[in-house]
Design a binder for this molecule. Sequence first.
Ligand SMILES: [Zn+2]
Length: 91
Amino acid sequence: MISCKDIADTILDYLEDELDPERRARLEVHLNRCPPCINFLKTYQKVTTVSRKVLKDKAPPALFGRVMDFLREELDAASPHTKQERRGEGT
Ligand SMILES: [Zn+2]
């Protein structure tokens, strides 16, 4: 069973369609049961779609990759899942 943290870690690969079918299926099972993760996915999707549209024509691939990394960090930091995981750590 995958956790919310796994969703946050793999969501970009999921949206880029880079996950293998098994991992993708497990991720979708989790999404079906976890409304917060669906919200997270929708937010991520919106941000990545908009940035791609804006950057595609004008930005070189290297810059696009850096912007995506930045967005991933920002969104991970904003995710409630990340905070939940941190609270449980260290025991
Ligand atoms: Zn979840």
